[in-house]
Design a protein around this ligand. Structure first.
Ligand code: NAD
Length: 257
């Protein structure tokens, strides 16, 4: 095993059934960890757990809707028993709506906050509580979005919820460092996931231009950053947001010529 060695670490990837969650689960396994996969879609969780086992690692397929606190309760214990003790919890669950602030309705606003922010409290709290009770250290990594850093027309509910994730990570890091728990997030630009491919094809989400590096990020680009942040290479990094956007957000915001 190389310098990024997660041999024998118990891991849980929430939303690991496709896209960047699947990529992260497979990268964690390639680094030697034993990642359990949770997804709202059972077939997706089973498929990725099978891919992980084919790599020679332990895994488990768990099904839950993590926006429901009750469904999260048993999740950490189940993963702990299956692949644990857990050292690493990653939560990538999220999804976007499009509606202007002048007319966005309560249902849309609440859905975006449920799908993008509320479950970070449920999952992170349950994981941290488990580590505190067991007097074990742990590491959490969640996924935000550059939409949480900028205004974007018709994207207000998603952006506000993702901005909440950026703050949640800082407060969780601040409150939980005395227990040996690190908390970080990865902040993607656009990523070519199956969901995005479908939305671009349907015309429901604008297809972006390529980034400064000339491409659009792949799920593995986000998974790689997450794998670094949960490893010992990042042992002095907590409360941080690592932007992985191919340089999009480095541009000066208006023309100087
Ligand atoms: N794809 C992008 O361009 C992009 C850009 C910026 C940020 N993000 C963020 O990255 C994350 C992952 O994006 P993706 O495109 O890989 O998503 P995705 O929809 O392809 O994958 C998410 C997985 O989570 C599962 N899931 C959804 N809701 C769930 C719930 N309530 N409980 C349990 N599992 C649930 C889905 O079944 C799916 O397998 C999201 O937080 C998204 O907001 C994506």
């Amino acid at each position: 095993m190389g310098i990024l060695d997660l041999s024998g670490r118990g891991a849980l990837v929430v939303g690991g059934g496709q896209g960047m969650g699947r990529a992260t689960a497979l990268l964690l396994a390639q680094a030697g960890a034993n990642p359990a996969v949770v997804d709202a879609e059972q077939a997706r969780a089973e498929s990725v757990a099978g891919e992980i086992e084919a790599l020679g690692c332990k895994s488990a397929a768990l099904t839950a809707d993590v926006t429901n606190r009750e469904e999260v309760q048993g999740l950490i214990v189940a993963a702990d028993e299956a692949v644990g003790p857990l050292d690493i919890v990653v939560n990538i669950v999220g999804g976007a709506s499009w509606a202007p602030l002048l007319s966005v309705d309560d249902a849309t606003w609440e859905r975006d906050f449920d799908v993008n922010l509320r479950h970070h409290l449920y999952v992170s709290q349950a994981a941290a509580r488990n580590w505190v009770d067991q007097e074990r250290p742990g590491v959490l990594c969640v996924v935000a979005s550059i939409s949480g850093m900028f205004g974007a027309a018709r994207h207000g509910a998603y952006g506000a919820a993702k901005a909440g994730v950026l703050n949640f990570v800082k407060t969780a890091a601040e409150e939980w460092w005395p227990h040996g728990i690190r908390v970080n997030c990865v902040v993607p630009g656009t990523v070519r996931t199956p969901r995005m491919e479908a939305e671009w094809a349907a015309g429901t989400t604008p297809r972006p231009s390529t980034d400064l590096l000339g491409t659009i990020a792949e799920p593995e680009d986000i998974g790689g950053a997450i794998t670094f942040l949960v490893s010992d290479l990042a042992r002095k990094i907590t409360g941080q947001a690592l932007v992985v956007d191919g340089g999009w957000t480095t541009r000066f915001p208006y023309s100087l010529t």
